[in-house]
Write a protein that binds this ligand. Structure first.
Ligand code: MSP
Length: 649
């Protein structure tokens, strides 16, 4: 007997654009759910992939002077890279140009045809290439695509095509939706589907005569299978169907299809279930349509420059805070799932991300861990102290695990995180109230140890609960807590039990996982591209006018003293002279390349009229210039000895 795996899918993304935080959102949610199911000890299987056929791909390839296959291969690589950077662990990545998919789609077509559900006719109406969607005359009053996320001009389509007898399934579909209240989620979108179906389903065009980049219709090579008909079948072709072998039985029916609202109603909740009914295959258990993200208050688009790549955001976050890039990527996962209840729309902003980073991650989570580790180091030789007889946090942690698991089951990611953060707040309060430093001073060493134990044990449990959301951070927390096993090595129910941390365990504190982001850096430098400005891929540099340039004041300066900035590995505080009496303090991220001693006496170039910024508590009055050598700053100096204070132009 084959054990059924919990089968999770994302949409297969169009490869006419790079992955961005919108497509990352769905993929992260699917990854979190898959990790959670596995953490409970249940088998899971996670499919993602790319949608590579259709007119829009041909046109995007043409724009770049590439053949479609050349073009799609490049972008597919970018998707795989982005997902791996974001710690997404899929089991299979399906591409609709693969042989296994083509074979499956053609067989699917044949089955529907044999059932009498496919016939030939003439289509007359509109077609939107961006959405690859046919629209009726009555749906397009203004020549624009009716999809609110698109609104681009539509094209006239008048062609001989094949039709699928969608209308024949209307009643069966409505009955299925009624009898399976969890089939379509969230509920308000389910109602939208029901009214859409009740308006009357019309037979659907499922081939195109105008494009040849795609899968040929079996026995009629003059026609290409409509890209949506082909794309939806990916969920089945990845199971090995039409071979109903071990993999098929392990996977089908899918447990959750994830997507946003844009492709929920017509395609996944209407066309797809009817196609499956006609093919005699079971319907997926749940179809989930989450909300849409805008960025900086605007629709994300290439031309606006706000379709941020996940790595671009993480790099900005990492350089603003000094955290590891893998931590920044996890912080982005956290932000996206925490900020907005799943199902609703959200707006991405650097400021929002920085607030979450500083207050949730650096303060509530990071500080608790750092403080407990530091005190264990100071009073208990760096080992986990003995727990007390009873601790109120034990009950809090137990209740939190119950609430968080139930929320994760319901895909209520942000509620799960809220519950975990209430637990962390309780632990911070308890730690402050107990004040183990005071207890220790008063000679109440055991009580001090118990309070520190409670904080450490809460963070250990948090590391388990956070494994699905921030796998890298969770591992790093476990490492600092001196644990030998990764947080996902035991099933959730066992791992979250209070008391798992053994006293005497040697702790391994390292750098703080989440260094706070200070002052001006809070904007991360994202979103600076103005509307209409070129995308960076178009290899155009933005220019400044001579007037703008002249506003900047560059001057030479001599380093008089240099010292490390406490708690910041990369930063040095420099005292520099600009000639005469004038000295300044500047903070520079060069500690990994230069020792304080070698800097004294060096001539550097200063941006002298930058507004001061507080970095790690030090007011930096300007910025020294450095060349970027593979990410390492190399100081800019003058070719000949020049006195400090000289203008640089
Ligand atoms: N190729 C089709 C899907 C076929 S599935 C059988 C397609 N591709 S897409 O690249 O346009 O991806 C759409 C999906 O990407 C959305 O349903 C959603 O999962 C995700 N998102 C793309 N942009 C998004 C936002 N701005 N916000 C949230 N999700 C976003 O449609």
């Amino acid at each position: 007997m084959t054990t059924k795996a919990f089968y999770v899918t994302t949409p297969i993304y169009y490869v006419n654009a790079q992955p961005h935080i919108g497509s990352a959102y769905t993929t992260i949610a699917a990854d979190v759910t898959t990790r959670f199911v596995r953490l409970q000890g249940r088998p899971a299987y996670f499919l993602t992939g790319t949608d590579e056929n259709g007119t829009k791909i041909v046109e995007a390839a043409q724009e770049q002077g590439k053949t479609p296959i050349q073009f799609v291969n490049e972008i597919v690589g970018q998707f795989k890279e982005a997902w791996s950077q974001l710690h997404i662990e899929y089991d299979d990545f399906i591409r609709t140009t693969e042989e296994r998919h083509i074979r499956c789609v053609q067989e699917f077509w044949r089955r529907l045809k044999q059932n009498g559900d496919i016939y030939k006719g003439i289509y007359e109406g509109w077609y939107c290439v961006r959405c690859e969607t046919y629209w009726l005359e009555s749906e397009v009053p203004d020549g624009l695509c009716p999809n609110p996320e698109c609104r681009r001009p539509v094209r006239r389509a008048e062609e001989e095509t094949y039709f699928f007898r969608l209308s024949a399934y209307q009643d069966r579909l409505l009955r299925h939706i009624e009898e399976h209240p969890n089939f379509l989620q969230p509920e308000f979108r389910r109602n939208e589907v029901v009214s859409f179906i009740k308006q009357g389903l019309r037979d659907a065009c499922i081939s195109r005569s105008a494009t040849d980049w795609g899968i040929p219709v079996p026995d009629d090579p003059s026609q290409t299978i409509y890209v949506w008909f082909d794309a939806l079948i990916n969920y089945v072709s990845a199971t090995g169907w039409p071979d109903e072998g071990e993999l098929f039985h392990r996977l089908w029916p899918a447990d959750i299809h994830f997507m946003a609202k844009d492709i929920f109603v017509r395609f996944h909740s209407t066309l797809w279930p009817c196609m499956l009914m006609s093919a005699g295959l079971e319907l997926p258990k749940r179809i989930v349509g989450h909300g849409f993200w805008t960025a900086d208050g605007q629709k994300m688009s290439k031309s606006t420059g706000n379709a941020y790549a996940p790595m671009e955001v993480a790099q900005a976050l990492s350089s603003a805070s000094g955290c590891q890039i893998d931590v920044a990527l996890d912080a982005l996962r956290y932000y996206l799932l925490r900020e907005v209840p799943f199902g609703l729309d959200g707006d991405f902003s650097s400021a929002g991300l920085v607030t979450r980073f500083n207050s949730d991650l650096a303060n509530d989570l990071g500080n608790l861990l750092n403080r407990a580790l530091a005190l264990a180091q100071r009073y208990f030789g760096g080992a986990v102290p003995e727990p007390g007889a009873e601790c109120p946090l034990a009950t809090v942690a137990e209740e939190t695990s119950r609430v968080a698991a139930a929320a994760l089951e319901d895909l209520a990611y942000s509620s799960a995180l809220q519950a975990i953060w209430s637990m962390l707040a309780a632990a911070n309060r308890y730690f402050n109230d107990q004040a183990p430093w005071r207890l220790h001073k008063e000679g109440r060493v055991e009580e001090a140890g118990a309070a520190i134990y409670a904080a450490l044990e809460t963070t250990r449990i948090a590391a388990v609960q956070l494994w699905p959301f921030m796998p890298h951070v969770s591992l790093e927390m476990a490492r600092q807590l001196g644990l030998q096993e990764p947080p996902n090595s035991r099933p959730w129910s066992e791992a979250v039990r209070w008391g798992g941390l053994r006293s005497g365990t040697k702790l391994a504190p390292g750098n703080p996982i989440f260094p706070r982001i200070e002052g001006k850096k809070a904007l991360l430098g994202l979103g600076r591209k103005e509307a209409g400005e070129k995308d960076e891929n178009e290899v155009q540099m933005s220019t400044v006018t001579i007037d703008e340039f002249q506003k900047l004041e560059f001057r030479t300066a001599r380093v008089q003293a240099a010292e490390p900035v406490p708690g910041a590995k990369k930063l040095l505080k420099l005292t520099i002279s600009l000639g005469g009496e004038e000295t300044r303090t500047v903070v520079a991220g060069i500690a990994e390349q230069y020792s304080p001693e070698e800097l004294v006496g060096k001539t550097v170039v200063l941006v002298a009229n930058l507004a001061p910024a507080t970095i790690r508590g030090v007011v930096s009055q300007g910025m020294v210039l450095a060349a970027d050598l593979d990410g390492a700053p190399i100081l800019v100096t003058t070719e000949r000895e020049v006195p400090p204070g000289a203008k640089v132009r």
